[in-house]
Design a protein around this ligand. Structure first.
Ligand code: FEO
Length: 390
């Protein structure tokens, strides 16, 4: 079954309650692959869904179309969560044409080598397609996630389809943001940190373009839709903050540990930071998902990062974070590096070599041998206080 979202517009999305890792992004509440059906002279679908949900989405579509042929399937982006069931849709809707922009088609040809090219209508960015009373205005907005990311705007209705931009990975039965009653920001933040934060100028331009359209409803490819003016303002403002300056009055402490000495240092730093009013978050890399830690580091004012030494370098489970932190545009943030060792140090140096080129200012380094000495206990506590007071 599916919800009517507006006159002639239906939600034919797929809810994925099971997924917990969406290509590296932690999804504690699953994900939703948004797909839309527009009834007009030409019956049009916007995006398919992940392959395993194709049949389910098709049955939703057929319930609404009541046997009428589907004319167009618009593809906004060629990753399997949106393009994965295109061939299944072609089996069901024999006269359907796939509609996409040139860049998208370059990817689709490789993703679906068996697709008959006579079934594809390729448009240029800026071109429009009339589907009857409504028009679909296509625009390429590269790197508002992927090089092929496309938006469609329906000017007669003010409907804006933005692919993954404005998306959040969460599976919700209620379609609209004003119905869900939860704080969606951490979901928007973590998705943005992982996929869009590196592309400052392109995301900024896209946001300006979307604002200039003054849409009445926004439909991203994941998560809830936005329809009230205050909700549209909310998603615009949240995205602007994530592009420009997402800093909050927050200190993040992230660590990994072998024999709990580095963990003890993390606790002392957190206790020092806890003496002030700022928020303090602590993450253990043995347990906590890297995508959440990325979102937290992107939005903190300062952070502490620690690892014990193994073979003159960091403990291996910190390496994905050190690599992914390059995406976050951390220039100007301040950090404390800490760690412990037995026969030789090296972890603190390796972390410093990873984060200094990102423009992070290292304000304190603490490396202890075997057990913490009284002086080091004090230094950890004071380092936490210093971070919180910045
Ligand atoms: Fe790149 Fe939602 O896909």
């Amino acid at each position: 079954m599916s919800c009517k979202l507006a006159d002639t517009l239906y939600d034919v999305s797929a809810l994925d309650w099971e997924i917990r890792d969406f290509h590296g992004v932690y999804t504690p509440q699953g994900s939703k692959y948004n797909s839309f059906l527009i009834l007009d002279e030409k019956i049009t679908i916007i995006d398919s869904v992940k392959e395993q949900y194709g049949k389910e989405a098709i049955s939703k579509i057929k319930e609404i179309t009541k046997g009428k042929e589907v004319d167009y399937l618009v593809s906004l982006h060629t990753e399997p969560d949106h393009a994965g069931s295109i061939m299944e849709y072609f089996k069901e809707f024999k006269n359907m044409k796939l509609v996409c922009l040139e860049k998208n088609y370059e990817f689709i040809k490789n993703f679906l080598p068996d697709l008959d090219e006579s079934k594809v209508l390729v448009l240029k960015s800026g071109e429009s397609l009339s589907i009857g009373e409504k028009t679909l205005n296509f625009k390429s907005l590269p790197m508002t996630h992927w090089p092929d990311t496309t938006s469609v705007y329906v000017p007669e209705k003010g409907w804006l389809f933005t692919s993954d931009f404005f998306g959040s990975l969460i599976s919700l039965s209620k379609p609209f943001y004003d119905q869900i009653g939860i704080d969606i920001y951490p979901f928007i933040r973590d998705y943005f940190a992982f996929l869009m934060r590196p592309f400052e100028s392109l995301t900024k331009k896209a946001l300006e373009y979307y604002k200039s359209l003054n849409p009445t409803m926004i439909f991203p490819a994941h998560g809830p839709f936005y329809r009230r003016p205050e909700d549209i303002k909310y998603i615009f403002d949240a995205t602007e903050k994530l592009i420009e300056d997402p800093t909050e009055n927050k200190v993040v402490i992230v660590y990994t540990t072998m024999w709990h000495t580095t963990e003890r240092m993390a606790k002392l730093i957190s206790e020092g930071a806890g003496c002030s009013d700022c928020e303090v978050k602590v993450y253990d890399l043995r347990e906590d998902p890297v995508s959440v830690i990325m979102g937290e580091i992107m939005t903190c004012k300062a952070f502490a990062i620690g690892s014990p030494t193994v073979y003159n370098g960091v403990f291996p489970n910190i390496l994905p974070l050190l690599r992914l932190m390059r995406l976050l545009r951390l220039k100007g943030k301040k950090a404390v590096i800490f760690g412990s060792y037995g026969w030789s140090g090296g972890a603190v140096k390796e972390i410093e070599e990873a984060i200094k080129p990102l423009g992070v200012e290292v304000i304190e380094k603490i490396e202890t041998r075997f057990a913490l000495k009284q002086e080091e206990v004090k230094r950890c506590f004071e380092a936490g206080k210093m971070l919180a007071e910045l």
